[in-house]
Each structure stands twice: as structure tokens, then as C-alpha cells.
Write a protein that binds this ligand. Sequence first.
Ligand SMILES: [Zn+2]
Length: 77
Amino acid sequence: MAIYEYYCPTCRDTFELRRPMSEATVATKCACGQPAERTISNFAVARGEGAAVAQMEPEFGASGGCACGGGGCGCSS
Ligand SMILES: [Zn+2]
């Protein structure tokens, strides 16, 4: 499970939702009943479109943020 942030254009507000990573890109609804879009934390937004972000996600799911998954590359995570 991971926490994702979503934006409701109707409320112009953001909210967080805890859900499985496999459902991260599945559309969800705001409390107001309107569709909400997934938003990405600031650093990820700065790096580009959703496709790039999706490619990065498995790394976030690992430990510490390095793609090695811990111990493989000398990142000491
Ligand atoms: Zn809303």
C-alpha cells in the first residue's frame, strides 16, 4: 500500500488516498463525487509527464529510493 495524492478540479483541492500501488493510476472520486486526478509530489512534476513518473514508481516502492533495492550498488540504502 502507498499513499497517493489526488486533485479534484471541482473542489480545487487535493486529498490523499491510501491504496495499492497497482491501483495508483486508476481514476478515483473526490468526496464531492466528481472525478479526481492523481497528482505527483513537486519533484516528480518538475521532471515531466505521467509516463516518466510511472517508470519511477517501482523505485519508490523499494527501500530508500535507490533502484538497487538495497545493497546492490553501494548507495548504502
Ligand atoms: Zn471534489
